[in-house]
Ligand binder design. Structure first.
Ligand code: HEC
Length: 127
């Protein structure tokens, strides 16, 4: 017959073994792709050319997509309500949303370099 404390520690070890990969996966998903240092001024030019058609930078009112004023100051994103992380914003920019209403948001995956993305994020953080 095993001692009670031995069982307890076995339980702890098994729980740790089961849970730790889950934590690693969660940590990996939260991690933003590594980007070079961004320049907000260069990012503004990218925004003006590619995003301002559908997004106001200085209001939260919807144009075609949601106004992005205060984007990174809010805990959650305006439409999906996912947490406001660089990774989630990049995901939206890279993949767009083909089923967005009233008009799909285009994917910018093939359009922006890493440097462009870093500049854009730096600008979005100033809104
Ligand atoms: C043709 C219009 C259009 C363009 C251009 C556009 N978007 Fe959007 N965007 C939308 C629409 C519509 C939505 C809301 C719908 C959705 O994602 O369901 C949206 C949503 C978003 C959101 C909120 C996502 C969320 O999860 O709540 C962010 C952030 C965003 N866009 C950033 C950008 C940036 C940055 C650019 C430029 C690189 C850009 N968009 C270009 C139409 C556009």
């Amino acid at each position: 017959m095993k001692k009670r404390s031995e069982r307890f520690w076995q339980g702890v070890v098994i729980a740790a073994a089961v849970l730790s990969p889950l934590f690693l996966v969660a940590a990996a998903q939260n991690k933003a792709p590594s980007l070079p240092q961004g320049n907000a001024k260069a990012g503004k030019a990218i925004f003006d050319q590619n995003c301002s058609l559908c997004h106001f930078p200085n209001q939260t009112t919807t144009k075609i997509g949601p106004g992005l004023k205060g984007l990174f100051k809010n805990k959650t994103l305006p439409v999906s309500h996912k947490p406001t992380t660089v990774a989630n914003v990049l995901h939206q920019v890279l993949n767009g949303n083909p089923s967005a209403k009233p008009m799909p948001m285009p994917a910018f995956k093939s359009k922006f370099s890493k440097k462009d993305l870093a500049n854009l994020i730096a600008y979005l953080k100033t809104l």
